[in-house]
Structures are given as structure tokens and as C-alpha cells.
Design a protein around this ligand. Structure first.
Ligand code: GAP
Length: 411
């Protein structure tokens, strides 16, 4: 991971955000190459969802979110992580991410910490008028359900896709861009008739695996994880996580959830008329009926299948797959240097400089009798180039002959 992080900075992919002022934990900036890579990944997703499927429409909704949306979605009451304090090191951790140095007896009892960011809206800053920064792009897809149906005449099954920023006040952001406080999600909410939900989930898992393969993340490197009931999000009947072996370990790249009718029903008025199957809070504020009528005129609230992928995690996976450490002969150069050094004919120095011609001239000036260049071909054919100071001749010789040539030259 450290090498990948260094390369990302060196080559302009990803920078620590606000670095000139010491940074801001859990946020990153994408540089000239990073932004292109990110756009490529997002465009590939958008094309595969919106352009290649006539039953999927796009959306770009606001980040600032009316608190009522996140009250009825269940986020105000349940979108939290258990947090503990360590009395010894005075630091805070997510309860399942306490480092081994902290002793159990030094930890406080876990208490719930809500992950949503709040911000003030309008000119009065007394807390009376606030909005949340959305913690997932999904909710505004649900609240726009009727708008999209009314404006596109879509019938179920159909989907709404959105890419955009999401914000979570993670207790312990970590592992480079894997867990951050500001990130982007690529989310599809696919609305199906209740009863067709389980098959649809299976189909989306396959489609998403194939899409990741097309992005250079092989299916063999992804494990499917059926999230156990006690770990499921409050809205989910079943979730399959695509787990990828990141540089720091096997973790979630994307989640594909069966959100049932929970969200549409939660945001709906006149819930009593809608044959809702989920356990939802009575909605006293909504002015929209988030349901469709079947041929008999009965109201049904569609079930939702949601493939939800993080852009940053996608970038990390793609970079990780593309990252190859090439041995440019350094190991071989070390071997050559050591074998010549052992002959006891004086100091042999190893240099790893870019311009070989300039290097030769520098060594001419200081009197180095001969230079030996190890290059890409040396690894293939076990030969090196010798360059003589006095004649300036360059000859290619086998590494096995090198000791003899060197002894003859120096003696
Ligand atoms: N709408 C469903 C939802 O938000 P989630 O599993 O909480 O579900 C979906 O998030 C995806 O968003 C994850 O699989 C991951 O790729 C990404 N994600 C979530 N939290 C993240 C974070 N703190 N930093 C980076 N990516 C994150």
C-alpha cells in the first residue's frame, strides 16, 4: 500500500487533501491523472447502466438533504457505529477497530456515534435550520421516484442510476482512499415487483461481477459474501457484498442489497392503502404516494434491488491490479557489484541514475577506470555493457566473464 500511495502522489493520481495546512483526515484530492481515471471509471459505469439499458434512467440529485428524508429513511436513528475511548492513549476508535496496543480494561463501554454530517442552511446559525450532507446517494432516488415515473412513463421493472458524492463522519478513516469521509458512490435502485426480487438480486450480482472484470478486476479476485442477518443494514432483507483483496486485506468493494419496499414505503403518504410488507414508521410529512397500481388497480410498493459501489474503492482496486513492481536489474546490479567488490581490487560503487552517458563522463572526470551497465536485457541474457575510460569503447560481455576482464583492467 505504501508504494502505491507514493506512486499516486509522485505521478499525480491522488494527493492528501489540504496538505499545505497539514491535511484533513479522511479526504483526498484527485490530481491530473487521477481525475481522468476516476472519470473513466464513472463513465464506464454510467454507460453500462444508463446507455446500455432502456429500462434505466439517470439522476443527479442534491447533496444537501432535508432532515425529514433521513429521519424516515431510518438514518437518524440507526446510521451509527459503536465508538469507544481508550483512557490510556486518549484516542477514539470504532469498537471493532481498536488497535491491539489498547488494553481491554482501558476502553470505555461502546456508545453509538451517528455518522451523518450536518450543516447550517440559510443566514441564521442557531441550529434551527440545518440539512444533512447525504450519507448515500440512494435516498434522493427514492424521493424522486414519482418524478421519474411521471416524466418518463416507466413501468416496473425499471431502475434509476446516480453517481455522486456521499459523506460519512467515519470514526477512523483509514487505508488510503478505502475508508474516507468524503467519497463518491455509483448507485442503482432497480424497482421490481415483490416476488421477483430474489431473482433480480442474483442477476445483478452476476452483472456487477462481469462489469468489474471489464474494468480489470478479475472475477477470481472477488469473493461473494452473504451478509449474515445480524450484520444487515436496517433496510435489507439480503445483501451480497463483493469482497476484493485490497492491499490491506479482503474488504467490501460493492454491496448488492435487497431493500424490499422499505424505502419507498417509508417515504410515502397514505401508507395504510399500500400493502406494505416492511415495518416502517408512520409518515406524517410526505406529500407523495411512492407506489404503482397493478392491472386490477391495486397499489403495490415495488421492491428495490440496489447495486452500490464506491468510486474510490473501485479506483483502489483498479490501481492495485495495474500496479506491477518491475525489477529493473537492481538485484542483478547488486550481485555484480558484490562479486567484483569481493575481489579486493578497490571500491566498486553502485549507481541507479537515469542518464548513462552523463554518468560515464562524470566517472571519466574523477578517473573511474571502467563502468559496467546492467540493463533490461541483462536480466534476459546475463550480459552487461562495459565502457572503458581510456578508449571510451563499449562492449557487451557475459557476466560470467566479467571478473577476469575486471582483474586484467585494474591490475
Ligand atoms: N446505499 C447503500 C450504501 O450506501 P454501503 O455499503 O454503506 O451501502 C456502498 O456503501 C458502497 O460505498 C460500499 O460498498 C463502498 O464501496 C462505498 N463506501 C461506503 N463507505 C465508504 C467510505 N467511508 N469510504 C469510501 N467508500 C465507502
Amino acid at each position: 500500500m505504501d508504494e502505491l500511495v507514493a506512486l499516486c502522489k509522485r505521478r499525480g493520481f491522488i494527493f492528501q487533501s489540504n496538505e499545505v495546512y497539514g491535511g484533513l483526515q479522511g479526504v483526498y484530492d484527485f490530481g491530473p491523472l487521477g481525475v481522468e481515471l476516476k472519470n473513466n471509471l464513472k463513465n464506464a459505469w454510467w454507460e453500462s447502466m444508463v446507455y446500455e439499458n432502456d429500462d434505466i434512467e439517470g439522476l443527479d440529485s442534491s447533496i444537501l438533504t432535508n432532515p425529514l428524508v433521513l429521519k424516515y429513511s431510518g438514518h437518524e436513528s440507526t446510521f451509527s457505529d459503536p465508538m469507544v475511548d481508550c483512557k490510556s492513549c486518549q484516542k477514539r476508535f470504532r469498537a471493532d477497530q481498536v488497535p491491539p496496543e489498547c488494553k481491554k480494561e482501558d476502553l470505555t463501554e461502546p456508545r453509538q456515534f451517528n455518522l451523518m454530517f450536518k450543516t447550517n442552511v440559510g443566514p441564521i446559525d442557531d441550529g434551527s435550520s440545518f440539512a444533512y450532507l447525504r450519507p448515500e446517494t440512494a435516498q434522493q432516488i427514492f424521493t424522486n421516484f414519482k418524478n421519474v415515473i411521471d416524466s418518463t412513463s416507466k413501468q416496473i421493472p425499471f431502475g434509476i442510476a446516480q453517481i455522486g458524492k456521499a459523506f460519512r463522519n467515519e470514526i477512523t478513516p483509514r487505508n488510503f482512499i478505502f475508508r474516507v469521509r468524503e467519497f463518491e458512490q455509483m448507485e442503482l435502485e432497480y424497482f421490481v415487483e415483490p416476488g421477483n426480487d430474489e431473482q433480480s438480486l442474483d442477476e445483478w450480482v452476476q452483472k456487477r461481477l462481469n462489469w468489474w472484470k471489464d474494468q480489470g478486476v478479475p472475477i477470481e479476485k472477488i469473493e461473494l459474501y452473504n451478509v449474515p442477518t445480524d450484520e444487515l443494514a436496517h433496510y435489507s432483507k439480503k445483501t451480497v457484498d463483493l469482497m476484493y483483496m485490497f492491499p490491506h486485506g479482503l474488504e467490501e468493494l460493492e454491496g448488492i442489497a435487497n431493500r424490499t419496499d422499505f424505502d419507498l414505503a417509508s417515504h410515502s403518504k397514505k401508507q395504510d392503502e399500500l400493502n406494505i410488507t416492511s415495518n416502517v414508521e408512520k409518515n406524517k410529512h410526505s406529500n407523495s404516494k411512492m407506489a404503482v397500481q397493478d392491472k386490477k388497480g391495486d397499489w403495490i410498493v415495488p421492491y428495490v434491488i440496489e447495486p452500490s459501489a464506491g468510486v474510490e474503492r473501485g479506483i483502489l482496486a483498479v490501481l492495485n491490479e495495474a500496479f506491477v513492481k518491475e525489477d529493473l536489474g537492481v538485484t542483478l546490479s547488486k550481485k555484480v557489484k558484490n562479486s567484483l567488490q569481493k575481489l579486493g581490487l578497490g571500491r566498486v560503487i553502485l549507481e541507479n541514475t537515469g542518464n548513462i552517458g552523463k554518468g560515464y563522463r562524470r566517472h571519466d572526470e574523477i578517473g573511474t577506470p571502467m563502468c559496467i551497465t546492467v540493463d533490461f536485457e541483462s536480466i534476459e541474457d546475463s550480459s552487461v555493457t562495459i565502457r572503458d575510460r581510456d578508449s571510451m569503447d563499449q562492449v557487451r560481455v557475459k557476466i560470467s566473464e566479467l571478473a577476469e576482464i575486471y582483474k586484467n583492467k585494474i591490475k
